[in-house]
Design a protein around this ligand. Structure first.
Ligand SMILES: C[S@@+](CC[C@H](N)C(=O)[O-])C[C@H]1O[C@@H](n2cnc3c(N)ncnc32)[C@H](O)[C@@H]1O
Length: 174
């Protein structure tokens, strides 16, 4: 199962690969104690969003284009007793404005990371934290990381990402 994104170009197709329990736990460990709107971009069967809500990250929202996975997510939320509490939106993540999101979870293919980095830089507030699973953002330096091998996740604080981008731009020859 796969959904094309960012204009539907084939190279940006992101297949459905659900996170393992350890990947979910590591992701939420890097968001512990935080507040504000939490989103999973490409939320699959909703496992991360439901667990985020359970751990107090609210509102918790998943964006998922695949209708089967969207139904499965709502079933998962209902089964957990969170029907009407977590939200799953059948929306293209590239078309959603993220300016009110403070915790952003990204388990997506490496090919979408560069355009996604540009979108996150343009839209997220300075206080936002992005947690990436499976593949880090190639051009960003993580604030912290957790886990090893396939379970490793990376956290990026937008203020630091922007500061690094700015000093890199200032240091670059014109
Ligand atoms: C690798 S899976 C991750 C699922 C979930 N986040 C998890 O970790 O269990 C990526 C998901 O992104 C969804 N997806 C891909 N492109 C999308 C888009 N443009 N908008 C919304 N969802 C998308 C896919 O359907 C798939 O379910």
């Amino acid at each position: 199962m796969a959904v094309g994104g960012h204009g539907g170009r084939t190279r940006d197709t992101v297949p459905y690969v659900p996170s393992s329990p350890q990947q979910v736990a590591n992701t939420l460990a890097l968001l512990r104690g935080r507040s504000g709107k939490t989103v999973d971009l490409g939320s699959g069967d909703g496992r991360i969003v439901v667990e985020a809500y359970k751990q107090g990250l609210r509102p918790a929202v998943g964006f998922e284009l695949n209708p089967w996975l969207w139904h499965l997510s709502n079933y998962r939320a209902w089964k957990a007793g969170y029907h009407g509490k977590v939200s799953f939106l059948k929306k293209d993540l590239w078309k959603v404005n993220l300016s009110d999101c403070y915790n952003v979870i990204v388990f997506l293919a490496p090919s979408v990371k560069p355009p996604l980095a540009a979108k996150l830089l343009a839209e997220l507030p300075d206080e936002a934290r992005v947690v990436a699973g499976r593949f880090p953002f190639p051009s960003w330096t993580p604030t912290t990381t957790h886990g090893q091998g396939l379970d490793q996740v990376w956290a990026y604080d937008m203020k630091e990402v922007r500061r690094a981008a700015q000093s890199h731009a200032e240091g670059s020859p014109v």
